[in-house]
Write a protein that binds this ligand. Structure first.
Ligand SMILES: [Mg+2]
Length: 322
């Protein structure tokens, strides 16, 4: 582990450096507070620091305050070193944000023991951050497919539709549903069904741009939002998604299964008076039309209410090949 030493006295600094190197640390040693801060804010900066209280320029207490102010930094374990021993000094030092306080001259064994405490705290901190990230992921993603979950995709899409309205651009909202998915589950079992869902999710996700959004709306239904979308190209992009799913069989365990999707598409620019929920409902109605038209096709919602056929598409039933 890397440790930072900030100490203006050259003899003390060398002594500390040697003690810590013997204890197995990689050491960065600087002689004032400004340099200490410059080291601590770097990428992959040391997370343990020994800071002398009295230094020219910024002193150890100021370094502690500044590091704590910068919330974007990963947690640093800061130990103040000082020859001040009064209770008030110790309290003032800890209140500046230091984690621990050591009086000079230091005892090498005590210093190493305190550093081990620092390690434990940093490990706990890492576990907490990991747990928080994992909870955040679980709260916002669908656990089977790792796509956005329903609540989040609807929320994100609402923001995008509002923004496209302000900017007079267009978002394409697509409801995509795997055709005859129940027969996949019935014929191959739910484990294979899950593999199919994951692969469809992966293909959808990989077929859109980084600022588009894909979420699992429920069961075998996915919601895709193409943001800043040219209305003329929306249909061909929906067609492209449809081809990405149906064009190649999915390998799941030892079977290859071809599934197709039906897509209902609604353009926010065509429903400027509608709420986001109403636009989604329009996309859903268009999906219903696509299903009624024989599946494996795209239908576009029109303000008049009847989803418009794009052109004739092959009306394939899904091929369930072993
Ligand atoms: Mg000093």
């Amino acid at each position: 582990m890397i440790i930072l030493i900030a100490e203006d006295d050259a003899i003390s600094r060398t002594l500390l450096e040697r003690t810590l190197q013997r204890a197995g640390y990689e050491v960065i040693a600087v002689e004032d507070g400004e340099k200490a801060i410059a080291e601590l804010v770097k990428q992959d900066a040391p997370r343990l620091a020994l800071l002398d209280w009295v230094m020219p320029g910024k002193d150890g207490v100021e370094v502690c305050r500044e590091v704590r102010r910068r919330k974007e930094l990963a947690y640093k374990y800061l130990i103040l070193l000082s020859s001040r021993e009064s209770k008030q000094d110790i309290v003032a030092g800890l209140e500046s944000g230091a984690d621990d306080y050591l009086t000079k001259p230091f005892d090498a064994d005590e210093l190493k023991a305190r550093l081990r405490t620092g390690h434990r705290i940093l490990e706990l901190e890492d576990h907490l951050v990991e747990a928080r990230e994992s909870m955040r992921f679980q709260a916002t993603h669908d656990l089977l497919t790792s796509l956005w979950n329903r609540a989040v995709i609807v929320e994100l899409m609402s923001h995008e539709v509002m923004r496209s309205r302000r900017e007079r651009s267009c978002s394409a909202v697509m409801m995509c549903d795997i055709d005859h998915f129940k027969s996949v589950n019935d014929e191959y079992g739910h484990a294979i069904g899950d593999d199919v869902l994951r692969e469809v999710a992966r293909r959808l996700h990989n077929s859109v741009r980084s600022y588009d959004m894909v979420g699992r709306y429920g069961g075998e239904e996915f919601l895709v939002a193409l943001n800043k979308c040219n209305p003329e190209s929306a249909v061909s992009r929906a067609e492209n998604l449809r081809a990405k799913i149906g064009g190649q069989p999915i390998q799941a365990a030892n079977v290859r299964i071809t599934v197709t999707i039906s897509i209902g598409l609604a353009l926010s620019s065509e429903f400027t008076q509608c709420t986001v929920e109403e636009i989604m409902h329009q996309a859903d109605m268009a999906l219903y039309e696509a299903k009624a038209a024989g599946r494996n096709c795209v239908r576009v919602a029109r303000p008049s209410g009847v989803a418009k056929p794009i052109e004739e598409f092959p009306r394939e039933t899904p091929v369930l090949a072993p």
